[in-house]
Ligand binder design. Structure first.
Ligand code: SF4
Length: 105
């Protein structure tokens, strides 16, 4: 009887530990992508696809510019998306663009 109870206690402790680990993993989801309709994105004319930028509204835009070659982009080369300090904790698309674009030096 005694050993059964001990086994139960150990199993319960392991189970609780796994649950805590699972919860912690869920507490750190991948950062969300910036939505073009977010207020900040609208204000800066952000497009997730730079080729869709309306040049009549964004005369600064030039073909070839996108987040992946912007000085503010924090993603690594090859990443599909990365952080941008202008959009808080959200990620911008590597192929995106906004009017705050600054060519990487
Ligand atoms: Fe992309 Fe640069 Fe605009 Fe950030 S500032 S969204 S990296 S173009």
């Amino acid at each position: 009887m005694k050993s059964n109870r001990r086994t139960f206690v150990i199993h319960t402790a392991v189970g609780a530990g796994a649950l805590v680990a699972a919860c912690m993993a869920q507490a750190q989801p991948k950062p969300a992508l910036v939505d073009e309709k977010d207020p900040q994105a609208t204000a800066l004319g952000y497009k997730a696809d730079a080729t869709k930028v309306d040049k009549t509204k964004q005369p600064k835009y030039a073909a070839g510019q996108d987040c992946s070659n912007c000085a503010l982009y924090q993603g690594k080369p090859g990443d599909a998306a990365g952080g941008c300090p202008l959009y808080g904790g959200k990620q911008v698309s590597a192929k995106g663009w906004c009017s705050a674009y600054a060519k990487k030096g």
